[in-house]
Write a protein that binds this ligand. Structure first.
Ligand SMILES: [Zn+2]
Length: 83
């Protein structure tokens, strides 16, 4: 079992797989992912801040999608942010 922190609601939960989305946020996660993907299709060289501002999704969340390997980096350019 892995202990995970949901990137949407920051709830700590356990699961068999390493994941950044708790069961309650799965639909939200998919919706946001679809939004980001279509935004990057239209504006391929956006960074996390621009995506965040355009879609109302936090830059933190956008970077987490990137860390999960779900966004194709070649579609967009992301700047790493310092905490
Ligand atoms: Zn959650």
């Amino acid at each position: 079992m892995y202990t995970n922190v949901c990137k949407h609601c920051f709830k700590v939960f356990k699961s068999k797989f390493r994941t950044l989305t708790c069961p309650d946020c799965r639909q939200l996660d998919q919706d946001h992912f679809d939004d980001i993907e279509s935004y990057l299709r239209e504006y391929p060289n956006s960074n996390a801040i621009q995506i965040s501002e355009a879609l109302g999704i936090t830059a933190y969340e956008v970077l987490k999608y990137l860390n999960e390997g779900r966004l194709n980096i070649s579609k967009g350019y992301f700047e790493q942010m310092d905490d």
